[in-house]
Design a binder for this molecule. Structure first.
Ligand code: 5RP
Length: 248
């Protein structure tokens, strides 16, 4: 259902800025070239790597007169779609997507992901879950062998605000480690998601069996969604330090 094909490289003239920024753009370019076709419903993820995805998509839509509609995974994604003159739609009108493209905080060799660094994990998981093909774009820093080795900020878990204290207790009693309520800049208050919820960042103290842990965490009353994306990604494009792209 989902083929990664060859890996086209972004022209060097488009590249600039730091090495990681170049890597993001190279991965974004490859994903858009390989997976976007005319008459598709596309899911647009959130985060910094999605910005060059949307820029390249907008270029292709104009140059090739493509007819594509986009479903956002966050307020940021919605703004990006509108600012780049792309057509906005939703899951009511298009309950099945052709392709969802999104970033990740960590990707392991089985294409398991940690996501939610930007707090948008619930809508990201919904959109990816209803896509025929889920394409991930990342720079070389996100590449790991076993999930949990790289990302040190904890696994994001979206919770209903009234339940964040009992969820924290249940989570850490059962699985160890610690969980912190994500705070806004200058500790002005908790981060509130696009769904009106809070985020707990669970700092695990060992590498778990992530599939089982994911299912168990989702059973804790008050948990909305976790940032563990297991068996979801079809292909990942890593932008590498030398400007090349590696598809896995
Ligand atoms: C937001 C996400 C992002 O995809 C993830 O945090 C990666 O972000 P970036 O592309 O800025 O590194 O899951 O909830």
């Amino acid at each position: 259902a989902c083929s990664s094909g060859h890996v086209p490289l972004a022209p060097r003239r488009l590249l600039g800025g730091g090495m990681a920024e170049e890597a993001k753009r190279a991965a974004a370019w490859a994903a858009v070239e390989n997976h976007v076709k005319n008459n598709q419903v596309l899911g647009i993820g959130s985060g910094s790597t999605i910005v060059p995805v949307v820029h390249r998509l907008a270029e292709r839509v104009k140059q090739e007169n493509l007819n594509v509609v986009c479903i956002p995974t966050s307020f940021q994604a919605r703004q990006l779609i509108l600012q780049n003159d792309l057509s906005l739609t939703d899951l009511d009108r298009h309950p099945e997507l052709d392709v969802a493209i999104d970033g990740a905080d960590e990707v392991d060799s089985d294409l398991r992901l940690i996501k939610g660094g930007g707090g948008c994990l619930t809508q990201e998981k919904i959109v990816a879950g209803y896509a025929k093909c889920f394409v991930v774009v990342a720079d070389y820093r996100k590449n790991s062998k076993n999930l949990g080795e790289q990302w040190k900020k904890g696994i994001p878990i979206e919770v209903i605000p009234m339940a964040y204290v009992p969820v924290t207790r249940a989570l850490t009693r059962r699985f160890g480690g610690g969980a912190e309520l994500r705070m806004a800049a200058r500790k002005a208050g908790p981060v509130v998601t696009d769904n009106g919820n809070f985020i707990l960042d669970w700092k695990f103290d060992k590498i778990h069996k992530w599939n089982e842990v994911n299912t168990a965490i989702k059973m804790i009353p008050g948990v909305v969604e976790t940032g563990l994306f297991i068996n979801m990604a079809d292909v990942v494009y890593f932008g590498m330090e030398d400007g090349s792209v590696c598809a896995r």
